[in-house]
Design a protein around this ligand. Sequence first.
Ligand code: TNX
Length: 626
Amino acid sequence: MPDCFKSIPMKKLTILVLTVFLLTVFSFEKSYGQSSINIIPQPKHLSVGHGNFDLNEHTRIWIVHPDKLKFESQYLADFIKKHTGIKPEIISGTKNEHLKNVIILQLTRKVSGNPESYSLKVTKKQISVIAPASKGIFYGIQSLLQLLPASFYASAHEKKWRIPECSIQDAPRFSYRGMHLDVSRHFFPPSDIKRYIDMLAMYKFNTFHWHLTDDQGWRIEIKKYPKLTEIGAWRDSTLIGRYGRKPVRYDKKRYGGFYTQDEIRDIVHYAAQRQITIIPEIEMPGHSEAAMASYPVFACTPGPFHVATTWGGFKDIYCPKDTTFRFLEEVLTEVMGLFPSKYIHIGGDEVIKYRWENSPFCQQLIKKYHLKNEEGLQSWFIHHIDKFLSAHGRDMIGWDEILEGGLSPNATVMSWRGIKGGIEAARQGHDVIMTPGGYCYFDHYQANRKFQPLAIGGFTTLKKVYSYEPVPKVLDSVEARHILGAQGNVWTEYIPTFKKVQYMTLPRMAALAEVDWTPAKEKNWPDFQRRIHEHFQVYKALGYNYCTGSYAVDIMIQKSAKSDYKIVLSSEIYHPDIRYTTDGSRPTAHSEKYRHPFIVRAGAKIEAAVFVNGKLMEEPATKVAK
Ligand code: TNX
C-alpha cells in the first residue's frame, strides 16, 4: 500500500476506493453513452444506460386503444419495414409491464402537459413513448428512429438492430418552429414537397411556410379565377446566371407548374399527419406580377403584363380598388378552405410604390382617408385584409414591412430585415417570428463561394445558424414572450432542383431545429458537430443531397506570456485534418498537422487550411500573432 494511504483506516479506505471506482465507471458510462446518441435537436433531458433493446422480427408495437395513435403506430411500423424488411405487428390492449420486445406508444391521461412533450424510455425489455397528445408521440418516434445507426437507413434489410438503453424527457423551447419554401421562382412537384415535409418532420419542425405566389409564377389553383394558373403559372423564359450580370441571357424555355386543389388537400393532410401545419402565403400588394399578367384589371395601369422572367422587384402591383379587394377576398376564401392553419401569410414585403405615387385614384384614396403617404396606403391595404381574415377566424402574418405606416391590430410579424422589425413589433405587443437574413436565409452561401454552386449571396455558415439566439437581448421578459420562434427561409431564384433545395437546407435546417427546440443552455456546438457528422451518414443512406459545411479555418490568437501567443485552430468540419505553417508559407498536405493549441512568438505569421485526402479544401486562413 502506498505510504500516503497508510494513515487512513481500512473501512474509510474501502469507501474511498469504491467511490473512485464508481466515479470512474459513471463518467465512462456518461461519455460513452452520450457519444453513441446522435439525436438532433438535442433533447432537454437525456440519460444513457448500459444495455440495448434488440429490435428484431419478433418486435411488436403496442397501443393501448385500437382507435388512437393509428397513424403513429403505422408510421413507425412502415418506417421499420421500409428500412429492414421487418414488419412489426401492431397490437392493442391494456399495457403490460412484463411484456417483452415491445414498443409501447401511450397517451397519458394528463392533458394539461405541453402537447408537444414526450418521454422515451428504452430498456432491454421494452421501449415506451409516452405523451399527452399525438404530437408528442410523433416526436418521441422521431427521437427513437434517431437512436438507430445510419446503416439502418441504408435499407440493408438486416433483421437485428440494437437500440441503446436511455431515458429522455423532452419538450420544445419554442412553439413555432418553421421552414419556408419558395415554389414560385422554381416549382417543385407534390412528391418533392412531401420529401421536404419528411425532412422537416425528422427535425421536429411544426410549420411549413409555403410561398405560393410571386412575380415569377402563381402556383395554387383558384377555381373562381382560372387564369391565375392558366396564365400566371407559366413564364416564357428564365434568366440564366446571376441577376444583374451583363450580358443578360435567358433560356427561352417555357417554365411553370401549379398545384391543383386536390394536390394541396393531399399535401396538407400529409403534413398534418406529421404534425406540421402549412401556412400558405399569398403575396400582396407587391410581388404580384404573375397575378397582374392573369388579371390586368386589378393593376393601376392597363397593362398588358407578363409573368416575370427575371429576379428582383417589379412596379406593377395590386391597385387598392374595391374590385381588387373583392378578388383578393375570394382568393383568400378558397385558400382558407384548403388550409386549416390559424395563420394566413399575406406577404407585404418589398412593395415598390411607383404606380401608387402616379395613380390619381391612389392619391385620391390617400386624401380621402387622411393617410400620410403611400406607406400609409400600404398599411390601409393590409388593415383591410387583416379585418377580412379576422372576421373569418384567422390570424394574419406579414413580412416586417407591414410595420410601415402602422401595424394592423391582429398581425403577427415575420422579421426578416434583421431583428429590428421583430423588436419593434414585440414592443407593440404583437407576436413575432424571427427569420433574420444573416442567420435564417438558406439561399445564402454556406461556405467559400469559390467552391460552391451559385447562390444569391451572403455567407451564412452552419456554425452561424447554430449560434442564433431568437430572443433579442433588449426585450424584457413580457416582450420576449411574443417571440414565438424562428424560421429558415428558402428562396429559390438560384435553386432550380429539389436536390439543390436539399443541398442548401441540409445541414443548416438541423442547426435551426436545435435553435428552436433545445433550451439555450443545453446547446453545445462541439457536440452538435459530432452529431451532425453522424447525420451526414444518414443523409447519404437516404440519398439526400447535403453540404459538408465550410472548410474555412478559424485562427484564434490569445496572448499567453510577454511575447508569446497561444494559437487555437478550429473548423466547422468534424475532426478536420488541419495543416499549418508559422512562417507565412502556404500550407501543404505535408505541413505540420494541428493536434492541439501551440505557442508562437510575436510576429509569427500563421497560415492554416483543411485537407481531405491530401486535397486543399478552401483558401488557407492567415493571421499574424500580435
Ligand atoms: C427578399 S425576404 C425577398 C424575396 C427574395 C429574397 C432573396 C422577403 C420577404 N423577400 O422576395 O426572394 O429576398 O433572398
